[in-house]
Design a protein around this ligand. Structure first.
Ligand code: S3P
Length: 178
């Protein structure tokens, strides 16, 4: 049975773990609709994320992100990519798990760094030492991803398409939240 008929699929993980790219492929494979909470925030506010962080700050962004997440509850047939910090708000973790099966995409720290240092679109990494910021944020967030996740796929050495394929395989054995 197609998992999306009964449950949405929710991707969590650090910046650069491939949530959006994998999510698009997965939505196609499962005949679902792809949704990205970052995109929802941009659409809702009419502003880019870097702009929101710069002018309103992170707390404002987190409130909009929680709203975006809550707006999806009750919908079906979704593959949802989330922002890397969504799990840091405790009530979001509950909402993520209500929304669907939560898949944690991981990658080795060095791989994450290679991926995220390619662009400047991530305001949390606009620090004096972004490499150290990645290390510290990863250490702080990993327990939150772990607590939220039902399934986990390491993306360090495989393509987005292979990651999507692995998730499809894992979903076949997923018993449902019950
Ligand atoms: C953030 C990750 C970003 C975006 C925002 C904050 C974070 O999403 O939500 O810049 O706190 O890790 P991606 O994980 O898609 O880069």
């Amino acid at each position: 049975m197609n998992t999306l008929a009964s449950e949405n699929v929710v991707l969590v993980g650090f910046m650069g773990s491939g949530k959006s790219s994998v999510g698009r492929l997965l939505a196609r494979a499962l005949h679902g609709r792809f949704v990205d909470t970052d995109r929802l925030v941009v659409e809702r506010t009419g502003r880019e994320i870097t702009d929101i962080f710069a002018t309103e700050g992170e707390a404002f962004f987190r409130r909009e992100e929680s709203r975006a997440l809550d707006s999806l509850l009750g919908q079906r047939g979704l593959v949802v990519a989330t922002g890397g910090g969504i799990v840091t708000v405790p009530k979001n973790v509950e909402a993520l798990r209500r929304l669907g099966v939560v898949v944690w995409l991981t990658a080795e720290e060095e791989v994450i760094w290679t991926r995220v240092s390619r662009n400047r679109q991530r305001p949390l990494l606009h620090t004096e030492n972004p490499r150290a910021t990645v290390r510290n944020l990863l250490a702080a967030r990993n327990p939150h991803y772990q607590a939220a996740a039902d399934l986990r796929v390491d993306t360090s050495t495989i393509t987005h398409a292979v990651v999507a394929g692995r998730i499809c395989e894992l979903l076949k054995d997923w018993p449902g939240r019950g």
